[in-house]
Design a protein around this ligand. Structure first.
Ligand code: TEU
Ligand code: CA
Length: 600
């Protein structure tokens, strides 16, 4: 039994023990010594797990009101367990007026009425644990809803004990403006317009980086930080296994809130992120909360560069376990404008990640979520000829690159973007606000605006899950879903995919199983074999004697690829197209073909 297998045994045994011991209670932190060092990495369950993101509003409706809900998710846990994912990330399920579909929370300890009750939440959590999976929830504490009692109190009077829970400033006198004032500074909102809203009650402005109904919390107020740590413990004490933290790098604002320079206005995210106390507050949060539980934390790191990433995720800094960098997922847009990109540009990002993130700084791997268009439409080819092959190729890539993979609901079926026709087809506040700000003011033509949205609108990812070929794709028994189901649900749906052993779903299942049983695909060193190749993405993952070669043809044309001398492919372990190629050094890949080889 070689050293490595011994090490693996050391890892697997404890986690098996852990699985058995799960009850509906908080999980105490496991002494890190428990976790073996593999290739320099401290092994952790959240490094080995594959995460599946559920957008509850669009996953499964259980009571026929056309809106997804928690019992609907519970009814599909076997489907997720069968897929092989080990962690479920649940987008916000909290009480909310849904100005931004739950990312505007009115009560952090209450389940959204449309989604069900706390008992429904407990049943979902129990169902997940029984299937030896874990649950992380969304922590949205850069801002709350303006209907949260804290804000209702805060706006009631300047002397309210809650006034300083938010960021209020007097306006700049301007008799010409309808309020008699101009906003305190030139901060723009991510959802169009100013980031300041005048409140006639106390004649001051409050800050909102996102929608008017999403006022930013004042993290410089220790009471606010204490409130956040308490609500985190409330859910962890229920047995939740961690958090995805919404726009967490934005929590610390610049002292004095000076105007942004013209240069900074070009990339507002970078200007708002990484404020003076961000690291201090994340370390305080870790000391007060995460250090007391065996949890996983992933930060949605808008505005954080790859260079800055280790300062948040290096495990010796005790802040977060990992973050979402937006470099790869946003390679296809300038601001909100869709743009083309090249494979060498794309590959360069992963080469950068490999050189900038060492064994102490763990990474994430994702190319879709509820804020971005569909994976196969953006990074694959969703035409009938290549949708299945390219969806499987992207699965191969996501599940073999270095870092914890995140799968967004429906990508395991190869779901595509939606054929939006008119502005009325959209639900997203970001779309509606920009339509008013850019189209109705004549800055952008409606046609150009819609054409761009078809490529990059968030609503592409938010159309309901396609479960079967019945009406509304089996998402709901209501005549109408809250957002229209993609008309291609008859061809693309879970029922068909489950029944077809060669489907995208079953390929994801096999690829996840391969990753689970191939430590090199988790902790192995990453090396790009041909960074400048315009069609082929070929890389190795090496862990001691164990070497895997992943080779992907991201083009619609056949391509040949010769392995450099030192590399000898021993056997193929998975491919998305049947292949009987004998010559294992000069490979001929068909359009969108993907293969994983064991190397000698
Ligand atoms: O997203 C932040 C973020 O990156 C997006 O707002 C993004 O800038 C934009 O949508 C790109 O089109 C988080 C949540 O994931 C998102 O759903 C929320 O709308 C936002 O924060 C505010 O909570
Ligand atoms: Ca429902």
């Amino acid at each position: 039994m070689n050293l490595y297998r011994a090490a693996l045994a050391l890892i697997v045994a404890p986690s098996l023990l852990l699985a058995v011991s799960y009850a509906q209670t908080a999980t105490p932190p496991q002494p890190s010594a428990h976790n073996a060092i593999v290739n320099g990495y401290q092994s952790q369950w959240w490094k080995e797990a594959v995460v599946y993101q559920v957008y509850p509003r669009s996953f499964k409706d259980s009571n026929g009101d056309g809106i997804g809900d928690l019992p609907g998710i519970t009814s599909k846990l076997d489907y997720l367990q069968k897929l092989g994912v080990k962690v479920i990330w649940l987008s916000p399920h909290f009480d909310s007026p849904n100005a931004d579909n739950g990312y505007d929370i009115r009560d952090y300890r209450k389940v959204m009425t449309e989604f069900g009750t706390m008992a429904d939440f407990d049943a979902l959590l129990a169902g997940i644990k029984q299937r030896h999976m874990r649950l992380i929830i969304d922590l949205v504490v850069n801002h709350s809803s303006d209907e949260h009692k804290w804000f209702v109190e805060s706006r009631s009077s300047k002397d309210s004990p809650y006034r300083d829970y938010y960021i209020w400033r007097p306006g700049k006198p301007n008799t010409a403006s309808p309020t008699g004032f101009d906003p305190p500074n030139n901060y723009p909102s991510f959802f169009s317009g100013s980031a300041w809203q005048y409140d006639s009650g106390t004649k001051e402005y409050y800050l909102h980086y996102f929608a008017v109904k999403q006022p930013d919390l004042n993290w410089d107020n220790p009471k606010v930080r204490a409130e956040v740590f308490d609500l985190m413990k409330f859910w962890l004490d229920k047995g939740v296994d961690g958090f995805r933290m919404d726009v967490i790098p934005l929590i610390s604002k610049r002292a004095g809130l000076p105007d942004l320079t013209p240069e900074e206005l070009k990339n507002v995210g970078n200007a708002y992120a990484n404020g003076p106390h961000m690291h201090e507050y994340l370390q305080e949060m870790n000391r007060n909360v995460m250090a007391k539980y065996d949890v996983m934390t992933v930060g949605e790191a808008l505005g954080i560069s790859l260079q800055q990433t280790p300062s948040i995720v290096d495990d010796r800094r005790h802040e977060l376990n990992m973050i979402f960098n937006f470099d790869a997922i946003r390679i296809n847009r300038e601001g909100r404008q869709w743009k083309s990109w090249t494979l060498p540009e794309f590959k360069a990002i992963y080469a950068e990640h490999a050189s900038k993130l060492d064994v102490h700084s763990w990474d994430t791997v994702f190319l879709s979520n509820h804020d971005n268009p569909r994976l196969v439409s953006s990074f694959g080819d969703d035409s009938p000829a290549f949708r299945v092959a390219s969806a499987k190729l992207l699965a191969t890539m996501l599940l073999s690159l270095r870092g914890t993979p995140f799968i967004y609901q429906g990508d395991e079926l190869g779901m595509t973007n939606y054929p939006f026709k008119a502005i009325g087809d959209f639900d997203d506040i970001e779309v509606k606000n920009a339509y008013k700000a850019d189209v109705l003011t004549g800055k952008v033509s409606e046609q150009a605006y819609l054409a761009n949205l078809r490529h990059m609108s968030r609503d592409n990812a938010r159309t309901p899950m396609q479960w079967d070929g019945s009406s509304n794709g089996g998402f709901t028994t209501a005549s109408k879903a809250w957002l229209a189901v993609n008309p291609n649900y008859k061809e693309i749906n879970a029922k068909e995919e489950l029944a077809d052993p060669d489907s995208v779903y079953n390929y994801y299942r096999r690829m996840i199983a391969l990753r689970d049983h191939t430590p090199a695909l988790i902790y192995g060193d990453y090396k790009d074999l041909d960074p400048q190749n315009k069609a082929i993405f070929a890389y190795t993952r090496v862990l001691g004697p164990e070497k895997s070669l992943v080779i992907l043809n991201l083009s619609s044309d056949p391509v040949s690829f010769s392995l450099s001398r030192g590399l000898k492919a021993r056997a193929i372990v998975i491919s998305n197209l049947p292949t009987a190629e004998k010559d294992l050094s000069n490979l001929k890949l068909r359009a969108w073909e993907a293969r994983v080889y064991k190397l000698e």
